[in-house]
Design a protein around this ligand. Sequence first.
Ligand code: NAP
Length: 530
Amino acid sequence: MKYDAVVVGAGFAGMYMLYRLREMGLSVQVFESGSGVGGTWFWNRYPGARCDVQSLDYSYSFSEELQQEWEWSERYATQPEILGYANHVADRFNLKEHIAFDTKIISANYQDSSKKWLVTTEKGETHTSQFCILATGCLSVPKAIDIEGIENFAGESYYTSSWPREEPHFGGKRVAVIGTGSSAIQTIPVVAEQASSLTVYQRTAAFSQPAKNRTLDREEVRVFKENYQKHREASKHSLFGVPDKPMAQSALEVDEKTRNKVYEDAWREGTLISLYQSFNDLLFDKEANDTAAEFVHRKIREVVKDPATADALCPDEFPIATKRACLDSGYYQCFNQPHVSLVDLKKNPVERVTEKGIKTTDQEREFDAIIYATGFDAMTGAILGVEIKGSNEISLREKWFAGPKSYLGLGVSGFPNLFLITGPGSPSVMSNMIVSIEQHVDWIADCIKHMQTEGLSTIEPDSTAEQEWVDHVNDVANATLFPSANSWYMGANIPGKPRVFMPYIGGCGVYREKCDSVAAKNYEGFVLNR
Ligand code: NAP
């Protein structure tokens, strides 16, 4: 089939892209490997899964009617509620008729002769299109599990990133969880309520803060929604895609008592960024950062009764916030239950998974079920999961061999009419994703409208502008503490992946201004052809 635009992925990015382009009268086809909309929220159905951005923020702002009519029930929405919201949006705006579900795109090749993209599905169908838009998500390809013997385990194996639709039952079972990132930290307290024993295998402890989740009060929501547009505007021009907190002071400028009072207030707030926006130097100065880390260590020790377990749960290998922070509901408390235990893999690494359980260097423990919460090939995994070839058959995989290179995280030189939504080099995972998704989709839609008006057929970044942007992204990251951590932001969780800080950490507001200014200057840094 022939289309004006092909969109890969029907998560929040793909759905809104489809909406915008269809409103402009383009013929658009979305391809989605899952059997429903929702992207990350379609797959990550593990027990306890919920968003760590507040529901009133983590939602579309493009339709005033939509944002007024949809009622979130909790401060932090559960996965089923978010998936329900995604389906509501798809139905309300008649999106599903343009989405081919259960259809994985395996390759996209740019044809220089016709100036069209040729995309091929796993079933071998081919489609041509002027524009190819990747809405493939930043955390959608699970990391291949690098533990020997997982296929030998005779019990049940589960992966948080592709949880079965039929809910497993852990009642009376001995369960192991491998990993202590956000997914595990949400899963563990819920599975602990059911399992007869729960053993958590931790390689690197994570910093987590209580989410202070609660039911939303209708009156509170009504008042909030009266000022929704103002709130959304503040988010658009913020650092992280939610309204900024003023942070004029250095953590080292104040005395310990004042500092702890500020941290206590931030802790009570229970948001991902409340602690890190307490002072202006926490992300830049290790000594300042240590004061926040020590505060969290004290909080962990106040909760966890067994001193050895508390010690193991206190992260000490990276500055706080340089690996993605976590929000939890009862994570640390969980370890006070007699049937929950922690295995510190720093002391006794995993040797292999056996038929009966997990063997670490000190002993083999037997289980009925193992849950792998081992993370994702973030940011580039899903893009490179499609075999992409641009002009002159240049391969994106080869171009990105030493790390992703893009202009503004929106386009790649040598790949005409290819757009990335929240690609590497843009704020993406460093922000409230929906704010960044809407900004990219609006920018791309406006760009395509401009091309139509001007009778232009192709757009691609100029290679010099692209390199300058990549250098800028690195310079901004290198001014912070972020590159010092072995995080998935750096690709460090995937053996052999280039070590490059992938998102842009300059802030959503600054980045939006840059993108708007590029467009206003006739798409400065892009090459447009008739
Ligand atoms: P993650 O943060 O990458 O955590 C993976 C965990 O598995 C880490 O503790 C890691 O240890 C461990 N691990 C990986 N391979 C291992 C191995 N071979 N042996 C032992 N341990 C191993 O992944 P995630 O928890 O799925 O979260 C990824 C991101 O998704 C989050 O940072 C967040 O951005 C997003 N997320 C958001 C939410 C939310 O909105 N609430 C929920 C879940 C996820 P090491 O650190 O030592 O590698």
